[in-house]
Every structure is written in C-alpha cells, then in structure tokens.
Design a protein around this ligand. Structure first.
Ligand code: CMP
Length: 143
C-alpha cells in the first residue's frame, strides 16, 4: 500500500469542546504521523475558499459561518492508505450514520458540526494541505 497524506481539520466544535487532545490522541493511536499542525481561525472568505466546491449547495452559508465561528486545527497526516483509513477512523459525514467508535459517532452533534474534516482523495489532500501550510511548515520526517 502506498504512503499517502491527508488534510484534516479539527473543526471549531472540536476546539470548543476541548477535544483537541482526545481526538489527536485517537488519530496518532491509529498510526497517523503528524507532518504539519497549527491553531488558526478561518475568516468567512478563507472558509468559503476552502469549501468552494460546495458553493452551490444549500448548506454552504451555514458551513462558512460555522467554520469561521472559532479557531480550528488543520493538520497534514501521513500513513499508508491514509485517505481511506482516515475516513474510516472519522466515520460518515452525518454522525447519525457513523459507525460506533468512529470519531464523529463519539463526538459530533450534527452533519454540519461534525468535529473533523478529512480529504476525499490524494489529489484533494495535496490541494487542501497547501491551502493551510507553506512547504516550509511541513516536516520531512518526525525523527
Ligand atoms: P466535511 O467533510 O468537512 O466536508 C464538507 C462539509 O459540509 C461536511 O464535512 C459537513 O460538515 C458539511 N455538510 C455536508 N452536508 C451538510 C448538510 N446537509 N448541512 C450542513 N452541513 C453539511
């Protein structure tokens, strides 16, 4: 299996619930290596830019409001099969449909406030990673 990278965001609800440490521990225990990490706050403009593919969706306004409502923690994660394995770890977008034990099933309140984002492909992972991090902010190895 190929080593891949994914971009996650611990969303404003995760930060507000004081779950940064708990969720990050579960991510690391699942074998993901953190290559970049920061605490930041999106504006409506930068949140809208990140989710531009959803611009025409009825929930876009709500999504932008929520994602700019407080600090969030983007991270670039690396692991074999990272895209698929991370999506399995976090569970379905709607926490009501997420498998028991997944991060969203444990901690998320709704489809809009669902604790964490994960890239849906290697290509999008690269684009999304570059949205938050300059190359100089991504470590080459963690040892
Ligand atoms: P995420 O994986 O970050 O990618 C797009 C986000 O849009 C998704 O998580 C949800 O938080 C949000 N989203 C998807 N569907 C809805 C919906 N029906 N209502 C509100 N937000 C949604």
């Amino acid at each position: 299996m190929a080593v891949e990278r994914t971009l996650t965001i611990l969303k404003p609800d995760c930060v507000r619930k004081n779950l940064i440490g708990t969720v990050t521990a579960q991510i690391q225990e699942a074998g993901f290596s953190i290559k970049a990490l920061k605490l930041t706050r999106l504006t409506k403009e930068t949140a809208g830019g990140f989710y531009a593919v959803h611009k025409e969706r009825p929930f876009f306004g709500e999504l932008v409001e929520f994602m700019s409502s407080g600090p969030c923690v983007p991270m670039i994660l690396e692991k074999e099969n990272a895209i698929e394995d991370f999506r399995a770890l976090i569970g379905a977008t709607n926490p009501a449909e997420a498998e028991e034990g997944t991060i969203r099933a444990q901690f998320a309140d709704s489809v809009g406030e669902n604790i964490v984002h994960g890239s849906d492909s290697v290509e999008n992972g690269k684009i999304e990673g570059a949205y938050f991090f300059a190359e100089s902010e991504v470590v080459a190895n963690n040892s």
